[in-house]
Design a protein around this ligand. Structure first.
Ligand code: ADP
Length: 205
């Protein structure tokens, strides 16, 4: 089994940017958000069950899931949230395991924005947290998504705290610096993960 490094961080911390740098070095990247979208794609059994439960309002006119409508429903009703999580989490988990099992390299990166929120850090061999201070998160998210400070702050508040993410970290990239510093951290971690993966395989002690 491949060695799994979970990569997480709050919104705007730089998860996508860092994951892309590893991907350029040939590391397979498994994206939890992408899997979460895949399991409710048009034609999926999960989407049919959601429509049977919530009604046609859960669909956009072209037949795909209206994610923002659904988010509002579960935000207002914890029971509905539990129902949805009970449906989706096992499917997401199964698909993730399939994708990890298909990896042929010694290690892979598993990008999980809600790692701490969903208690998934226990499923990885190693946890890498991309860390910036909250002000940097807010300003980078505002610039990237063209949203107001208030909107960015609301997203941050709904996420796990910076401290709770750092508490589960094995490694931390401080991403407040520029690309050169980021590059140096990535090179160091790339070598470390290569080595840890070989240790797991039993090729090196
Ligand atoms: P996430 O995937 O964690 O939400 P992104 O990787 O999309 O975050 O980064 C958020 C924004 O910050 C993007 O616009 C990205 O280009 C920018 N960014 C990422 N890392 C840095 C950095 N080290 N310095 C400056 N800007 C950065």
């Amino acid at each position: 089994m491949t060695y799994v490094v979970a990569l997480t961080g709050g919104i705007g911390s730089g998860k996508t940017t860092v994951a892309n740098r590893f991907s350029e070095r040939g590391v397979p990247v498994i994206d939890a958000d992408k899997i979460a979208r895949e399991v409710v794609a048009p034609g999926s059994a999960a989407l049919q069950q959601i429509v049977a439960h919530f009604g046609d309002q859960a669909l956009l006119p072209e037949g795909s899931l209206d994610r923002s409508w659904l988010r509002q429903q579960i935000f207002a009703d914890p029971q509905q949230k539990t129902w949805l999580n009970n449906l989706l989490h096992p499917l997401i988990q199964q698909r993730t395991q399939e994708m990890i099992a298909a990896v042929t390299t010694d290690w892979c990166l598993w990008v999980v924005p809600l790692l701490v929120e969903n208690n998934l850090h226990l499923k990885a061999d190693r946890v890498l947290v991309i860390d910036v201070d909250e002000e940097t998160q807010i300003s980078r998210t505002m610039a990237r998504d063209r949203i107001t400070r208030q909107q960015a702050e609301a997203i941050l508040i709904a996420q796990a705290s910076r401290q709770s993410r750092l508490a589960v970290a094995d490694d931390i990239i401080d991403n407040t610096g520029g690309p050169a510093e980021q590059e140096q951290d990535i090179n160091t971690l790339f070598r470390l993960y290569q080595r840890l993966a070989l240790v797991k395989k039993g090729s090196v002690s």
